[in-house]
Design a protein around this ligand. Sequence first.
Ligand SMILES: [Fe+2]
Length: 505
Amino acid sequence: MDLEILGRALSTLPADDDHPYRTGPWRPQTTEHRADDLEIIGDLPTDLDGVYIRNTENPVHPAQQGRYHPFDGDGMVHVVGFRDGKAFYRNRFVRTDGFVAEQEAGRALWAGIAENPVKSERTDGWGARGRMKDGSSTDVTVHNGVALTSFWQCGDLYRVDPMSLETLGKAEWGGDFPSNLGVSAHPKVDHRTGEMLFFNYGTDAPYMHYGVVDSSDKLVHYTDIELPGPRLPHDMAFTENYSILNDCPLFWLPEALAAGKYVSRFHPDLPMRLGVLPRRGGGNEIMWFDAAPTYVLHWTNAYEDGEEIVLEGFHQETPEPEDTGDGSLYQRMFRFLALDRMGTHLHRWRLNLRTGGVTEERLSERITEFGMISPAHTGVPHRYTYAATGLPGWFLFDGLVKHDSLTGVEERYPLGEGVFGSETVMAPRIGSAGEDDGYLVTMTVDMNRDLSECLVFDAQRLADGPVTRIRLPERVSSGTHSTWASGAEIPGWRTADRPEDAVGL
Ligand SMILES: [Fe+2]
């Protein structure tokens, strides 16, 4: 392995830290690495060609008021690239305005999500709540050959080189980026059209907007979506002709909000409203459907089936888990992050465009979340979903599941005690001839051996275990979302000697 240290960030975290989301599998990193020619155990398929990029929440300072929540962490992105039968790795902080300001100050300047915004040292900020730092640590997607990192509420999109991970600045969309509200965590790329679809939300009417960015990075559509009040949507879906937005009955209590307090509550007496509008339609064209009350953090896909829109995602049995008094203080405080406490199940909604009716069905009795499908099937029918199982009580993934929606059969790969994975992507192999003709790629945190690996599975034989293990230079932190981009999507991919030499960005 050819290893170089690219940089080190200042960390003021205490040596005796006991916060479970800043220690153990969530131990943040401060060092940035360049590693080429990584050691490969097993056979690295030569038809695996592209990059696996993963975002992590990587704090470097104690929380301003002592109540750190993992969503407050600074974004650190990791990339494992596969090219010509070799693998490379980079990890870099996203140089957000907030990260740079706090590096200069040597301390946290903004209140975290579990802290009092009135006491925030900096009174500016990002997010629908405001007075928060945009850590850009939630999702990462690739659009027009550039990786974009995002914030879990609404914030800027940071442009990151998908090979070197250097921060290139913020998305501007020719000056039309909606900087007053930002963009929500999960903008969606349609690989067929090259478009990116997104929404944002805030505390002022109309409370939501929806937009489309085209394949030349221009904002070509932006419309008001009127909601009954401030909401906290996280994700959206799309089909060939429609976008699907949501108004889930989990939102800030209006009376508390009027007093400047942000208290989110589930309202089991209200339906989950699903809004379907033409991809370039105005907000007045949206058609709302009422489904049974729940909160959906992540959708896996949507597609059209005759007069119906089929929507799949993770239904929560208990969007607001009770504090039963069991477990440690931290386990009780972060019960909202544990898949078993929320009871997340793969679920299907059918929205009938003619009758306005909704039918629902649970697709799996297993508790999973963070599901991915083949990128070739977004917006059109799919058969396979690849999702994570969770360690009970914690925000940690202890295994992978491949769900076959045609047969209902599930194939599982447990990572083993003390080993945790990340959101797992499906990477079609070059010349892929079927939906699962490719590889599953994930990144582990192995607490037994104090290291991290990138694992590659044959997507048709998940239960057989990884075909390739690639050791990373340092144990990474557990984290959030990831993405796959094929080499064909990345400028300079074929011609650059090293990722830093890529041209075109
Ligand atoms: Fe998310």
